[in-house]
Design a protein around this ligand. Structure first.
Ligand code: URA
Ligand code: CA
Length: 434
């Protein structure tokens, strides 16, 4: 088999065989194929697309390109969740303990943030002592003992995605539904879950900005899940404005804790409860999604979810007292208020701009090697549709250095639009694909 023939075939719009896809993944991971040929194939896929059969074959070839996790020592249906990435998107820290408190084991591997989006592993590392890098044996033991563990991906999980994602990032081939679907689903399959609930984001802060494209991506991932025998459900939710009010690592952990303690409501809580309901339903823990919703609400109201989070933090080496006393989290002491320049209605709180502003303050990275500052970030005081008076606080910036501050303020301000008329509000949840 020759790579050039595979490139030509896809360039001309033909369907690749399973053997051709396996050959591409194996040779590329083994370092026997140059980046320029892999790039050419990715670009051909970007323009010509893939059938769902090809996408499923690519997903499996990637999933088995390295180590896989066997969760069978944990009894029951193990359910995983995954978000396609967003800003102020802390659902995992809310929903994983809630679902575990309802008796469904949650064994989740998460990633770090990149670009304007945040990552669960960075957020967890803001908890003093917390070590997300557990061995597979400890990961399984914690899930068996506590019911939930959220850990970083092991080094050799899906090496094909590590290499291909890095290549896509620099060749303009990230935003394609088959490539995103295979990237996400290969990691979920390798991490061993029986059932998967996906939160596919639509809007300025998402990879797929239009709602229509987000649905196409959701459909693609669900059909890959079906083809590879993992029960998969996708909800499509809004990411035109940040999901929670906090953007930045320790600030987001604090917000998640406040939600679990019943001290705070809003869009982040709403999407978390929705995902939790689908996780319980997909795991067969309830007969209807509505029942699942009641169960996660009960776990929240009774404080069982907050208790589960404490147990997980302790099991992973962290200081669980942060749940009772969030002031133990490292949060920047210098806080400045960003005020409205005029009165009116907020018509935009652009997720991408706000994520970028938080990154400029030090909450995110530009390259994988950058160090982040867990203490910094942004707390919003307003959401789209709300009325604001001139001089009122739109947001607070938590900072530890003045460097980049003006650029962060400018970037934030470009994303916030105030109009005379109230805007048409967008739905928080666009729909569900099963
Ligand atoms: N998240 C992933 O893991 N992969 C993609 O391709 C896009 C988002
Ligand atoms: Ca985009």
């Amino acid at each position: 088999m020759r790579m050039l023939d595979i490139i030509l075939k896809k360039r001309d719009g033909e369907e690749l065989t399973k053997d051709e896809i396996d050959f591409f993944v194996q040779e590329y991971v083994a370092g026997r194929m140059p980046d320029y040929q892999a790039s050419a194939l990715l670009m051909a896929i970007y323009f010509q697309g893939m059938t769902s059969r090809e996408t499923a074959d690519l997903t499996l070839a990637m999933a088995y390109s390295g180590e896989t996790v066997d969760l069978s020592p944990i009894p029951g249906i193990k359910v995983d969740k995954h978000s396609t990435g967003g800003v102020g998107d802390t659902t995992t820290l809310v929903v994983a303990p809630l679902v575990a408190a309802c008796g469904v084991p949650v064994a989740k591997m998460s990633g770090r943030g990149l670009g304007h989006t945040g990552g669960t592993i960075d957020k967890l590392e803001s908890i003093p002592g917390f070590n997300p890098f557990q061995s597979i044996e400890d990961f399984i033991r914690i899930v068996k003992e506590v019911g939930v563990a959220v850990v970083g991906q092991t080094e050799n999980l899906v090496p094909a995605d590590k290499k291909l994602y890095a290549l896509r990032d620099v060749t303009g081939t990230v935003e394609h539904k088959s490539l995103i679907a295979s990237s996400v689903m290969s990691k979920k399959i390798a991490a061993g879950a029986d059932a998967i609930v996906l939160d596919v984001k639509a809007g300025s802060g998402a990879f797929m900005e239009s709602v229509e494209e987000a649905f196409e991506l959701a459909q693609e991932m669900v059909s890959v899940g079906i083809r590879v025998g993992r029960s998969t459900t996708a909800v499509v939710t809004d990411m035109s404005q940040p999901l929670g009010m906090a953007i930045g690592n320790a600030l987001e952990v604090r917000e998640a804790i406040e939600i679990l303690k019943g001290e705070r409501t809003g869009a982040l809580k709403e999407v978390s409860l929705l995902l939790g309901a689908y996780m319980l339903y997909t795991a067969g823990r309830c007969q209807t999604v509505k029942q699942g919703r009641e169960m996660v609400e009960e776990a929240l109201d009774s404080g069982k979810g907050a208790q589960k989070l404490k147990e997980m933090i302790r099991a992973e080496g962290g200081d669980e007292r942060v749940v009772d006393n969030p002031s133990l989290l490292p949060v920047a002491e210098e806080v400045i208020a960003i005020k409205a320049q005029r009165g009116g209605y907020i018509s935009s709180m652009d997720a991408r701009s706000i994520g970028q502003a938080a990154r400029l303050l030090g909450a995110g990275r530009n390259t994988k090697e950058d160090k982040i500052d867990h203490r910094v970030g942004i707390v919003l005081h307003k959401r789209v549709g709300e009325r604001v008076e001139k001089g009122e606080t739109l947001a607070e910036f938590y900072l530890t250095k003045e460097e980049n501050l003006q650029e962060a303020i400018d970037t934030f301000s470009r994303g916030v639009i105030i109009d005379e008329q109230p805007p048409q509000t967008k739905p928080l949840v666009y729909g569900v694909v099963t």
